[in-house]
Design a protein around this ligand. Structure first.
Ligand SMILES: NC(=O)c1ccc[n+]([C@@H]2O[C@H](COP(=O)([O-])OP(=O)(O)OC[C@H]3O[C@@H](n4cnc5c(N)ncnc54)[C@H](OP(=O)(O)O)[C@@H]3O)[C@@H](O)[C@H]2O)c1
Length: 225
């Protein structure tokens, strides 16, 4: 468990990835606020998660209010709606870490790498919210279905961001979600993780991998001079 108990707003927490992360973080003792475009949907998702975990710490709020209440915010919405969601939460996120899990998938060719003008959805987010928000990109390569289980997940998480301290906080949250996180350098490096997702989607289809394939970094830290 991270040294700090966070109050985490999961924007789009009613969905597949956000719901999985909300579940794992609530299980590990964080206070989770599920964000949605509507209060009712957020509250219903929070009640369902509390009931399934036998806890009462998960709450639900409209996205803007959720982001303002939390000390840390995680964005889990489709790329097509990333910009409007950033606009909805911007007033409440200054000085906070914003974890961005957005993959710039552009249907229908989601198994083909297609990047936005900025080369990265996370860089696009950072450009929009400004330097007062510490955007950290993570979780683009984890299949949501795995997060909905209780078992260990065979997938590492590449954590990219311009502020190493913010990256370290997110690596703690990756571990709290039952995964191994790696410092992956500045936010611009998120391009690689975002692009990898389309490769994984292609592999999932080609090899019929239930729950989705993942990535693993090999090598033992601390063994080089
Ligand atoms: N699913 C995965 O396995 C996975 C893995 C890695 C990364 N990602 C990335 O994580 C992000 C979320 O993926 P997801 O699969 O969790 O998405 P999702 O279930 O389709 O949507 C997540 C939530 O986003 C909100 N939303 C806002 N605008 C929307 C719109 N125009 N259309 C649909 N929903 C909208 C909805 O919440 P409200 O209706 O409550 O507002 C919805 O529940 C994406 O960028 C995706 O590429 C997903």
């Amino acid at each position: 468990m991270s040294k700090t108990t966070h109050t985490i707003a999961v924007i789009g927490g009613t969905g597949d990835l956000g719901g999985g992360l909300a579940r794992r973080w609530a299980m590990s003792g964080h206070n989770v606020i599920i964000g949605s475009r509507t209060n009712e949907k957020a509250e219903a998702a929070a009640a369902e998660l509390n009931a399934s975990l036998g806890i009462d710490t998960v709450t639900g709020q409209e996205n803007g209010a959720a982001a303002a209440t939390a000390d840390l915010v995680c964005l889990t919405v489709p790329f097509s709606n990333q910009q409007p969601m950033l606009e909805a939460i911007q007033a409440g996120i200054d000085g906070k870490i914003l974890i961005d899990a957005t993959v710039p998938l552009m249907p229908p060719k989601v198994g083909t790498v297609q990047l936005p003008e900025e080369d990265s959805a996370a860089v696009k987010a950072q450009n929009f919210v400004g330097e007062g928000v510490m955007v950290v990109a993570a979780f683009q390569n984890v299949g949501a279905a795995h997060l909905q289980t209780d078992h260990a997940i065979e997938c590492d998480v590449l954590v990219a961001g311009n502020d190493p301290d913010a990256r370290e906080v997110v690596i703690g949250l990756v571990e709290d979600a039952g995964l191994k996180g790696w410092h992956a350098g500045p936010l611009a490096n998120s391009t690689a993780a975002e692009a990898l997702t389309s490769l994984l989607i292609h592999i999932n289809r080609r090899y019929k991998i239930a729950g989705g394939s993942g990535i693993r970094i090999t090598g033992e830290p601390g063994t080089a001079d």
